[in-house]
Design a protein around this ligand. Structure first.
Ligand SMILES: [Zn+2]
Ligand SMILES: [Zn+2]
Length: 485
């Protein structure tokens, strides 16, 4: 199992060399027909190995002996929408247990939950303390972009030290990966007189400008808008571009390195079924010198000619309002770093940030997962977060703000007596409207007591029914997301 379909193409070529026709691939980008074919071949036992995304746990295996769940920490294992909102990794562990089969979870940056299970003896722990081919982890250089003067106080995209490093690596015929966790051209266009930011009509979200398509796009609902020339609030004609996405960086790279072959990898460039594979093969064959991309370039890919990895905006990773922010930021940066210098000890990682002394950056610099674990696990214990509790995230949706607010309060009110101690909220989320539906959220933090959790589940489902019997709340959507990641 792999968290992303994107990863299957590179790994399948390697596995097929060894296992030939015994191995099949299964994921959602395949057509219904292709999926039926795999389903049948698993059922008859013709396929001995399946490489797939999370949904492959639903194939009709009859003699399952082993599940290997690679990059187990990856949040893509969790399905968010629509239901079933399961986690492929957790489902795999349970599924394997039905066959008395083993599960191997693999990761260089394990999730806190899994690592906690390993050190507390629930899981076995095997540590690979030497990298394949004895490659050293790349040194990490942190660049303080606050110290670099920019006109308009614009954000630094490519700092002079990073540019020097790219030039040096290109001169040696080596390749570069640059990571930026935002797609599009400029995530924010801001009126330079009044500060107005164009927003989606249907979502409480600012629009991202995409230059290639010359459109403003909402990344939540996909609605596209013509680009704006005039501020809707004050009539001024000047917008400043705040922040930057992969598309803008691609443009800048073409300017800065006119002789290099530059390519971009994000969901906008890999829409077709094979587009992603083509990009990866081109990069493998060294027909691309600099690859800029979102998370997609981070995950598990293995290129042996990459000598420089740049993380362009570490601050974007360190600023999420979520209790897992440090864990996630560490995982992403450490995974990106792992793309540099995999075969020869010449790789380097450059991280651009305005907070060079952030504790997570120090841990990334030292590649110190264990220290991250020790620090984070204490906080989780203290604030009763997973792995010490289990979370149920409840979202209420309705087209009228007042209705959804009342419904959320009504729902929580019914559970308060019994579970008041475990409820957080309800409250309005930071993004409080998507696709014209107003949102309210509530978090239920439950102790890891199977009986207690089963009872709570029953009570919550009953409360959903009670809510829907109430005539003003009939059309309120309630989404329960268990073990939200
Ligand atoms: Zn929208
Ligand atoms: Zn304005």
């Amino acid at each position: 199992m792999l968290p992303e379909i994107a990863l299957t193409s590179q790994i399948i070529r390697r596995l097929q060399k060894h296992f030939g026709g015994y191995i099949g691939i299964y994921h959602s980008k395949f057509s219904q027909n292709e999926r039926v074919e795999i389903w049948n071949k698993v059922k008859t036992g013709e396929l001995k190995i399946v490489l797939g995304a999370r949904s492959s746990v639903f194939l009709p295996f009859r003699h399952l002996g082993l599940i290997i769940c690679d990059e187990e920490h990856d949040t893509s294992y969790k399905q968010h929408d629509p239901a079933p909102r399961y986690n492929g990794r957790d489902a795999a562990i349970y599924f394997a247990s039905l066959f008395g089969a083993k599960t191997i979870l693999g990761s260089a940056t394990p999730s806190l939950e899994s690592y906690h299970n390993a050190v507390s003896g629930k899981y076995g722990l095997v540590e690979l303390l030497q990298r394949y081919g004895d490659v050293h982890l790349p040194p990490i250089e942190i660049i303080d972009t606050k110290k670099i003067a920019q006109k308009d106080k614009a954000k630094v995209m490519l700092s002079p030290p990073l540019i020097d490093s790219v030039n040096e690596v290109l001169a040696r015929q080596k390749q570069v990966i640059l990571f930026q966790n935002r797609r599009g051209y400029t995530p924010y266009q801001v009126c330079n007189v009044c500060g107005w930011i164009p927003q989606c009509k249907y979502c409480d979200v600012s629009l991202t400008y995409h230059k290639v398509s010359n459109k403003l796009i909402c990344h939540y609902c996909g609605t596209t808008y013509a680009p704006l020339q005039t501020c809707a609030a004050c009539g001024n004609h000047n917008f400043v571009q705040r922040n930057f996405g992969t598309e803008k960086i691609e443009e800048l790279l073409l300017e800065q390195f006119p002789n290099a072959k530059v390519a971009r990898m994000d969901i906008d460039t890999v829409r077709g079924k094979n587009a992603h594979d083509v990009l990866i093969q081109q990069f493998e064959q060294r027909r691309i010198d600099i690859l800029v991309g979102t998370q997609m370039v981070v995950k598990g890919l293995d290129f042996d000619n990459v000598d420089l990895v740049g993380i362009l905006d570490a601050d974007g990773l360190l600023s999420f309002a979520d209790f897992r922010v440090n864990e996630r930021a560490f995982q992403l940066m450490e995974q990106v770093s792992g793309r540099a210098g995999r075969k020869e000890a010449t790789g380097k990682v450059v991280i651009q940030t305005i907070q060079p002394f952030h504790p997570v950056l120090k841990l990334v610099k030292d590649h110190d997962f264990k220290k991250l674990y020790d620090e984070e696990i204490d906080k989780r214990r203290q604030f009763f977060y997973p792995p010490f509790s289990r979370l149920i995230h409840v979202t209420f949706k309705h087209k009228i703000k007042e209705v959804v607010e009342k419904a959320a309060l009504f729902f929580a009110g019914g559970l308060k007596l019994k579970y008041g101690h475990y409820l957080v909220g309800p409250a309005e989320p930071i993004i409080n409207r998507i696709r014209n539906q107003h949102l309210m959220e509530m978090l239920v933090k439950l102790p890891r007591d199977t009986k207690f959790i089963a009872q709570c589940k029953k009570d919550m489902l009953e409360q959903v029914a009670v809510l829907h019997q109430h005539k003003s709340f009939k059309s309120v959507t309630v989404v329960n997301n268990v073990d939200v990641v």
